[in-house]
Design a protein around this ligand. Structure first.
Ligand code: ATP
Length: 292
């Protein structure tokens, strides 16, 4: 195999709770992860010249070992002593540094791609074990679908698939650092915790409305006061008929769940025309097995 094309899918969190802080400073989380059909495109070409070359459509992204696709390729190539080279073309669509695991998903796709290209024979589980060395979200991005993530996000339990719906994604034109969010979170003083177990039950029952009504992300206690536009986008989505709207991960991207396609489209047009969001996408849920 000389070349391979892959889709690196984004994720949203349907619920995000912080349940404690470890001695090493990391927060213990309980999150419901869901893969969505918004993706980056990755092309890997085998080359005779050794080394890893990365090209991307976003000039501000690193193309050296600081890019997660580079790290993923290096990890497998070192382990398996691959002497050939690879060139990786990355077309980014997933908003960057936005709580959608874009970089982690790119890394996961490269692990999957190189495993096939060089016939390394690694199972999904073995790829996930390697992925965690790159980032806590990478194993989930290899696994895909609906899952409960615990620990620092790397302990995964598969959940029943989320019911189909339209998803509206909107990222305001602000930059929110994950470090800022977690260091300002008062984890032991949270007045409310999302009902993650209730959401799991709603998934078992295939009850989208209940799932949406239980959505909650404790990180909003930091981001919404600091960046009110996040709350304003949520309001806008709910006013447009969303069954639920929430910030994904540490933000600043907000997503809305819509049962009605037409309402979702109207909300999409409204947000595109307005000034609250810089990047707006209309997409759907991805569950394993379905076409992307
Ligand atoms: P998460 O949801 O896991 O917190 P995120 O959406 O907040 O992820 P990413 O888009 O994955 O964040 O990337 C954050 C940072 O990582 C960026 O500032 C960028 O410089 C760096 N980075 C390295 N490789 C990539 C990549 N392939 N795609 C995007 N960002 C990358």
């Amino acid at each position: 195999m000389k070349e391979i094309r892959l889709k690196a899918l984004a994720k949203i969190n349907l619920g995000l709770d912080v349940v404690g802080k470890r001695e090493d400073g990391y927060h213990e989380v309980r999150m419901i992860m869901q893969t969505i059909k918004l993706y980056d495109e990755i092309e890997i070409h085998k080359a005779d010249k050794p080394g890893i070359r990365v090209k991307t459509n976003l000039q501000y992204l690193p193309v050296n070992e600081n890019n997660l696709v580079y790290k993923a390729a290096q990890l497998l190539m070192d382990e398996f002593g691959i002497s050939k080279g690879v060139s990786i073309k990355l077309r980014k669509v997933i908003p960057v540094a936005a709580g959608m695991a874009g970089g982690s998903s790119d890394a996961a796709a490269v692990l999957v791609g190189l495993n096939r290209m060089f016939e390394l024979g690694l199972t999904k589980q073995e790829l996930m074990e390697r992925g965690v060395k790159i980032g806590a979200d990478v194993p989930y991005c290899v696994m895909r679908g609906t899952a409960l993530a615990e620990g620092i996000g790397e302990k995964l339990t598969k959940l029943p698939p989320m019911p189909k719906c339209s998803l509206l994604i909107a990222k305001p034109g602000i930059h929110v650092s994950t470090k800022f969010v977690y260091s300002n979170l008062k984890a032991d003083q949270l007045a409310e915790h999302p009902d993650i177990d209730g959401q799991i039950q709603a998934l078992r029952d295939g009850d989208l409305r209940r799932l949406a009504s239980l959505m909650g992300n404790v990180l909003e206690t930091v981001t919404i006061p600091a960046y009110p536009v996040i709350g304003e986008i949520k309001e806008e989505m709910l006013n447009c008929g969303a069954a639920g709207a929430m910030m994904s991960g540490s933000g600043p991207t907000v997503f809305g769940l819509f049962e009605d396609k037409e309402q979702a489209r109207a909300a999409y047009e409204r947000l595109r025309r307005g000034s609250l969001a810089r990047q707006v996408y209309l997409t759907r849920v991805f569950n394993n097995g379905g076409a992307v």
